[in-house]
Each structure stands twice: as C-alpha cells, then as structure tokens.
Ligand binder design. Structure first.
Ligand SMILES: Nc1ncnc2c1ncn2[C@@H]1O[C@H](COP(=O)(O)OP(=O)(O)OP(=O)(O)O)[C@@H](O)[C@H]1O
Ligand SMILES: [Mg+2]
Length: 306
C-alpha cells in the first residue's frame, strides 16, 4: 500500500475526483473499481463513473449499469455506478442543446448532434455534470484507453470557443430579428460549467489523476505521452499505479517467473528514473483474474491498506 496516495485521495471537506487512465488492458477498470469499493467500505458516499463505452462496469459488478442515471451497486452499500454511454448522452445533450438555443436555433441543434464529434461532445457534457454537481463525496472515473480519454478532456477548449461563438452569433441574430437578448442565458451557463469543471480538474486538492501502467516498454512510452498531453491542458498527473509486478516473494524458485521478474526489473528501474516527482504504487501480479468484488477488495487493500 501507499500511505501518501491514501492521504491524497481522501476527501477533505469537498468532493474528490479520482481518475484512472492508461493504455488498453493495463488495469484501469480494476484499479478504479477497487478504489471505489475501498471508499464505499470506509463509509464514503461513492460513485464510480465509466467514460468507456464498453460494458466493463456491468461485467465487474454483475448488474446492468447504464447511462441514464446512477444505479445502486447491489453488493456494495454506499456505492453507485454509471456508464456514460455516448448514445444515451447524445439524447440528453441534444435535448438540452435544442432547448438552449430556443426555437430560433433548433435547426442548429439538429446539425450539431449529427456532426462527427457529437458523441464526444455529448459524453463530455455529461462528464462535466459529474464534476459540476458531484452529489457524492468521492467520484471515481474509469476512463477509456489513453488516447480517447485525452480527447474527452481536451474537448472543453473546443467547447469554450464553440459556445462563445454561438453566444456571439445568437446576439447578432437577436439584434437583427429584434428579439430579446436573454436567449443565450443557458449557453452562458454551460460555458461557466465547462470552465468550472476545468478548474476542478487542474486542482490537485480536488482531483487526483492516476495513470495505470505495466512494467513494459509500450506502457512506459504511453504513460510518458499521456503525462505530456495532460500537462498541455495543465492537468497534473499525481500518481502511477504499476500493475502486475512480479514480487520476489512470489517467485519461490520458479525459473519462468524469475526470468519475467528480471525483465520487469529493467523497466521498473526505468520507471523510477523517468517518472520522478510522482507517487509510485506497485500492485503484484495476482495468481487469478480480479473478476469479483472480493478480488477487488484485495486490490483495494494492496493499494490503500486496511
Ligand atoms: N494485478 C493483477 N493481477 C492479475 N490480474 C489482473 C491484475 N490487474 C488486472 N488484472 C486482470 O487484467 C485484465 C485487464 O484489467 P482491466 O480490465 O482492469 O484493464 P483496463 O485497463 O480497464 O482495460 P481496457 O483498456 O480494456 O478498459 C482483467 O482481466 C483483470 O482481471
Ligand atoms: Mg477498462
């Protein structure tokens, strides 16, 4: 376990947002679910949100977790789950967007919801709602593999400019058509929501961004590029979870494990040298899949202790 990580993720007064990002298959869903269960078990009102369109949360918790609203996780008191699904999100977003622009611009809402990045915009809009109105003490985000989640996070910048443009055009049009100017109110509100969400994402007290990786070549490179990409948006990565490490005590004379561990040792050294200034937490390679709540509780204890 990592005492310092535990200290950093505990909520101190306001809601805490905890992200798990990283390359495909490295253990994001496992780490996020284990973290969410750990908090719920410690009495915190917790929500786990997946921004990955796959059904991974439903599989992990053995129940339907959709994108309409959060659902109580049956076997874990204090824990709710939600899977932000671009299809459902698009419905919400379109409705909101159309009402936002009012009758005058409903045609524009139609056009926007068909644009190629409408899925991302809709997903992002729903994602912002969690940051803006947390409704839980702790919100844990299980993100899609690195590239996609970075795009989601970058959306507010296009969004802010886009929304600003709509506000300006709306004003012009209102003037031309002699309409009252207040048709832009909800757009202005959205712009503020996006800005507040970005402030929360950049604030180390509010948000802890973890990258999950394996001690292997490609995950190391992808981690480096994710750190650089996030820092371009001034979002600081605080911790690395190095997953599936073969611990010396588990080798027990097995030459296959020893040789894999030797290979990992080289990459573990490189991780130490390259990613300074971040918390590092190693999670052992377990003998079995982490596929149920008991397994996830075990991972939670490995990460944060009892
Ligand atoms: N420490 C571990 N020991 C053994 N198995 C593990 C460990 N961590 C994760 N796994 C297993 O590895 C697989 C991938 O993990 P997981 O689904 O959490 O990855 P992911 O990063 O969310 O993947 P994706 O990018 O597809 O969403 C799962 O079957 C999980 O049970
Ligand atoms: Mg996953």
């Amino acid at each position: 376990m990592n005492e310092e990580l535990r200290k950093r993720i505990l909520p101190n007064g306001s809601a805490k947002f905890i992200f798990f990002g990283g390359k495909g298959g490295v253990g994001k869903t496992t780490s996020a679910s284990a973290t969410a269960i750990w908090f719920a078990d410690h009495g915190y009102d917790t929500t786990i949100v997946s921004t990955d369109p796959t059904v991974s949360l439903s599989v992990v918790f053995g129940q339907e977790i959709g994108g309409e609203k959060r659902v109580q996780i049956k076997h874990v008191p204090n824990l709710c789950g939600m899977n932000i699904n671009p299809k459902d999100a698009k419905g919400h977003y379109k409705k909101r967007f159309e009402s936002m622009m009012g009758q005058m611009n409903s045609a524009l809402g139609e056009e926007t919801s068909q644009s190629p990045c409408a899925d991302e915009m809709a997903t992002f809009d729903q994602f912002v709602t969690f940051l803006d109105e947390p409704e839980s003490q702790v919100i844990v985000f299980d993100t899609a593999p690195t590239g996609k989640s970075l795009r989601e996070l970058a959306m507010p910048f296009n969004w802010a400019a886009y929304v600003q443009k709509q506000i300006m055009e709306g004003r012009e049009m209102a003037k031309l058509m002699n309409l009252p100017e207040n048709t832009n109110e909800s757009l202005e509100r959205d712009k503020e929501r996006y800005e507040r969400a970005m402030v929360a994402l950049r604030d180390k007290e509010h948000t802890v961004f973890n990258l999950v990786m394996l001690p292997e070549r490609l995950p190391i490179e992808e981690t480096a590029s994710a750190i650089a990409g996030l820092s371009e948006h001034e979002i600081p990565v605080q911790s690395l979870v190095i997953n599936q490490v073969i611990f010396q005590k588990d080798i027990d004379g097995n030459p296959f494990l020893q040789s894999r561990a030797n290979l990992q040792a080289k990459f573990l050294n490189e991780i130490q040298d390259r990613f300074t200034g971040l918390l590092h937490t190693e999670v052992p390679l377990l003998a079995q899949d982490v596929s149920d709540i008991d397994g996830l509780r075990q991972v939670g204890k490995l990460l944060y202790g009892e």
